[in-house]
Design a protein. Structure first.
Length: 280
């Protein structure tokens, strides 16, 4: 294996940057499956089979413990492509096989139960979004590593700001951000809207907890009959959408917004809520 480039020609130092970012993430979340899989792949591409199998072993243990069948199936297929060159991977593929057998029936399309309260350090949905953009070719390896690093750093701070991929890309003045927004809207089916074109009614400001708006990127920006219109920063975060619907008890229609647009609306809502509190 060429240790200076990946099979796709990615420079050695970019994979090294990726390992640094994900190792830091594991310090916060030692069983994060995305980080473990990324470190396995990074070290494999760096030609360090020993370190790659170290992270693979940890990942397999987590998959078995959590009964993560979908991820296990994808990983099993991936290992199969490397077994001919790295025979020791066959043992890990075999460990995954119990997860590939028919077992408990999972209802197709079933939504996960809303958790209502999510820890501030929970950035799994954003890491998945970053991975989706990387896999889709919207982010280069170096950009992907930087976004993961930014998400990890911001989530570790005690600050009332959304920890999102769109914020990380905006803060780094990512040149293809408009293209990313279009790709997200197309893949998710959520239209892009500009919150600046809406005068958010005061009556909807308190429909969601300020903590959820501040950390998870969802704002009620208008009503449509009995339904609510919701602006989000991650169009694929189905758990967040379920939480919003559960908290409001209303039918919700979701739209994608940019990070600066969201921040301006959030600042306005915070201001009006503070003024209302002072007036009482």
């Amino acid at each position: 294996m060429d240790t200076d480039k990946t099979a796709q020609g990615t420079p050695h130092d970019e994979w090294a940057d990726a390992t640094t970012a994900f190792q830091k993430l594991l310090e916060v979340m030692p069983e994060d499956m995305l980080a473990l899989e990324s470190l396995f792949e990074a070290h494999l591409n760096l030609g360090d089979v020993e370190r790659a199998t170290h992270y693979l072993d940890r990942l397999v243990r987590v998959l078995l413990k959590e009964d993560e069948r979908g991820i296990a199936a994808a990983l099993h297929d991936k290992l199969a492509t490397h077994v001919a060159d790295i025979p020791e991977l066959a043992a890990y593929a075999a460990q995954l096989e119990p997860l590939l057998r028919p077992g408990e029936v999972v209802t197709p399309g079933a939504e996960p139960a809303p958790s209502i309260i999510r820890g501030k350090a929970d950035i799994q949905a954003e890491l998945v979004l970053a991975w989706r953009l990387f896999q889709g070719g919207e982010l280069a390896q170096e950009d992907y590593a930087r976004v993961v690093q930014d998400l990890t750093d911001v989530s570790a701070r005690k600050s009332d700001v959304p920890v999102t991929v769109l914020h990380a890309l905006h803060d780094r003045s990512f040149k293809n951000l408009d293209k990313v927004m279009v790709r997200l809207a197309k893949d998710s089916g959520l239209p892009i809207i500009a919150l600046a074109n809406f005068e958010i009614p005061h009556s909807v400001h308190a429909l969601l907890p300020i903590g959820l708006m501040s950390h998870w990127g969802a704002i009620v920006f208008d009503v449509l009959g009995p339904d609510l219109l919701i602006a989000v920063l991650n169009p694929f975060d189905q758990i967040l959408q379920s939480e919003v619907a559960a908290l409001t008890g209303r039918a919700c229609h979701f739209y994608l917004v940019s990070a600066p647009d969201y921040d301006k609306a959030l600042a306005h809502i915070r201001k009006t809520l503070a003024e209302a509190a002072q007036a009482t």
